[in-house]
Design a binder for this molecule. Structure first.
Ligand SMILES: Cc1cc2nc3c(=O)[nH]c(=O)nc-3n(C[C@H](O)[C@H](O)[C@H](O)COP(=O)(O)O)c2cc1C
Length: 119
């Protein structure tokens, strides 16, 4: 598949199978995330992983009632890290790097970066 075919076949998914996500696939996804270009190559974000139903529901609520989020067997939450961004871009980095701060509703148990929580 070439790049144009890949782009043409991509679409947003809002209905999910209940099957747990294979850990090798998850690992590959996280490695792909690490290869994404970022300002100053700082990778100024953290990825939080959860399978916990309570956290998935909290995320759905935090996203203004988008319940399909809770129906996914596993959710990755991408949060900007304004402090890391500020190490190079100072206050400008801190302000612009804060667009994805969705971690608030998550419990402490499930919010460590890269942690895979039990269902
Ligand atoms: C910045 C951004 C925010 C988005 N936010 C949501 C969202 O909150 N909920 C949702 O279901 N889709 C969201 N989307 C997905 C778009 O609705 C979707 O990409 C668009 O409808 C085109 O559909 P497609 O991705 O299947 O081609 C978002 C997309 C972008 C780029």
């Amino acid at each position: 598949m070439d790049w144009f075919e890949l782009v043409a076949s991509r679409h947003s998914v809002r209905v999910f199978q209940k099957t747990p996500v294979d850990r090798e696939k998850l690992q590959r996804i996280l490695e792909a995330c690490n290869q994404a270009p970022s300002a100053g190559n700082l990778q100024a974000f953290e990825v939080y992983i959860t399978e916990a139903v309570s956290v998935r529901r909290a995320l759905a609520r935090a996203a203004w009632g988008q319940d399909f989020i809770a129906s996914a067997p596993l959710v990755l939450v991408f949060c900007s890290d304004p402090d890391r961004s500020a190490t190079r871009y100072r206050d400008r980095g801190r302000k612009t790097g804060n667009a994805l701060a969705l971690a608030g509703p998550l419990s402490d148990r499930d919010t460590r970066p890269g942690r895979i929580s039990p269902a």
